[in-house]
Design a protein around this ligand. Structure first.
Ligand code: PLP
Length: 418
């Protein structure tokens, strides 16, 4: 019996239900993944007991000799994996990584260009309620109305007009490869610094199948838990000259003690991402997304930008007469987890937009391939075309549960760690 089970059965039951949900359903949230068992063990290890404010060799607490080894390993591997001059592995999340870079690169009130949230950007790229939008003067750029690709003519025009101190590249819901050199060219022309937030596609950069922002950008931020497949957290890569300011603005600028158990998980993640097996995984993520996109389009669904180059597709569900909220609920009833999402030039509201976002990183980790993607694409189309047919949803749910038994989750939470 697990200690949690005997000590806190109510909590244990919720954890078990979540473990079953992860095993029996299809996790297609583009920002989610399944970590390895080793990472799960690190995240649940004794390292959670240690305070270690400061940086390796320069701590404000005693007893840090072993966590110094852990953090130094994570730093060395992050730099090696991405070919970066310098790194900070302490941000608790992607949002805090971005916050620290903003504090390092900007003064309050400075002008920044970021991708419009409604066209694929992230909350931390200038949303009014986020600290980014509250402290800085963010101006949004967008995508082209016809092909839904980043509109670099508009970006250049806005940059010349507003003379930003920083340009933020990167996105949460953009199904195409991001050409970083175009951002760099525009940033250089107007004398702006460049931050690339590669949170979504960092794993594809690590696998060397996505354009690499590290040689070009002044700062690169990422989460470690999306395509990269590590523990939940953030990472900053930068030029050596920017490291002192970055470090100061992570700790003490935005955080206190680092999460050493998570940093250990990051070290394992960076090690895993340097392997041939991981590179093959990255390619499979993209192949799977293409296969899913082709299946959905062949069934008549409209995809934003007409397809995908990366790990995600954005589906306009109004083509089958639904809103995103209902589509998410219908798929949930079948055991398929996605999230509703705004699509470019959406006529609907964020709480019931026109789209859903679907990503392949998690299912690819479970070993599913293009054959499974075709089946999944057909289930998605069938269920969305029959949103009231609960018997159909139940039958799809059964087929999915059966398929999932052949693709176990690598480290089932609450069952195999520790
Ligand atoms: N940046 C981008 C592009 C993201 O998509 C996300 C998360 O969805 C973040 C930053 C923030 O990451 P976190 O949720 O860890 O704060």
């Amino acid at each position: 019996m697990s200690t949690i089970e005997s000590q806190d059965p109510v909590l244990w039951e919720a954890m078990q239900s979540e473990a079953a949900r992860q095993q029996e359903g299809l996790e297609l949230i583009a920002s989610e993944n399944y970590t390895s068992k080793a990472i799960m063990e690190a995240a649940g290890s004794v390292l959670t007991n240690k305070y270690a404010e400061g940086y390796p060799g320069r701590r404000y607490y005693g007893g840090c000799q072993y966590v110094d080894v852990v953090e130094s390993l994570a730093l060395d591997r992050a730099k090696e994996l991405f070919g970066a001059e310098a790194a900070n592995v302490q941000p608790h999340s992607g949002s805090q990584a971005n916050a620290a870079v903003y504090l390092a690169a900007l003064d309050v009130g400075d002008t920044v260009l970021g991708l419009d949230l409604a066209q694929g950007g992230h909350l931390t790229h200038g949303m009014k309620l986020n600290m980014s939008g509250r402290l800085y003067n963010f101006v949004s750029y967008g995508v082209d109305e016809k092909d839904h690709r980043l509109d670099f003519d508009q970006l250049a025009k806005l940059a010349r007009e507003h003379k930003p101190k920083l340009i933020v590249a990167g996105a949460s819901a953009y199904p195409r490869e991001i050409p970083h050199a175009k951002f760099k060219e525009i940033a250089d022309e107007v004398g702006a610094k460049l931050l690339v937030d590669m949170a979504h596609y960092a794993g594809l950069v690590a696998a060397k199948i996505h354009d690499d922002p590290v040689p070009l950008a002044d700062y690169v931020t990422t989460t470690t838990h999306k395509t990269l497949r590590g523990p939940r957290g953030g990472l900053i890569l930068c030029k050596s000259e920017n490291l002192p300011l970055v470090n100061r603005n992570v700790f003490p600028g935005t955080q206190g003690g680092p999460l050493m158990h998570v940093i250990a998980g990051k070290a394992i993640c960076f090690g895993e991402a340097m392997t041939d097996a991981y590179r093959a995984y990255g390619q499979a993520v993209v192949d799977n997304a293409k296969s899913l996109a082709d299946t959905l389009m062949a069934a008549g669904l409209r995809l934003v930008s007409g397809g995908t180059d990366n790990h995600l597709v954005l589906v306009d569900v109004t083509t089958v007469g639904l809103g995103g909220k209902q589509a998410e609920a219908v798929l949930d009833a079948c055991g398929i987890t996605v999230n509703m999402n705004m699509i470019p030039f959406d006529q609907r509201k964020p709480m019931d937009p026109s789209g859903i976002r679907i990503g392949t990183p998690a299912l690819t980790t479970r070993g599913m391939g293009t054959t499974e993607m075709q089946r999944i694409g057909n289930w998605i189309h069938q269920s969305l075309s029959n949103p009231e047919d609960s018997a159909l949803h139940e039958s799809i749910r059964g087929e999915i549960r059966e398929m999932c038994t052949n693709f176990p989750v690598p480290a089932a939470s609450g069952q195999t760690c520790g």
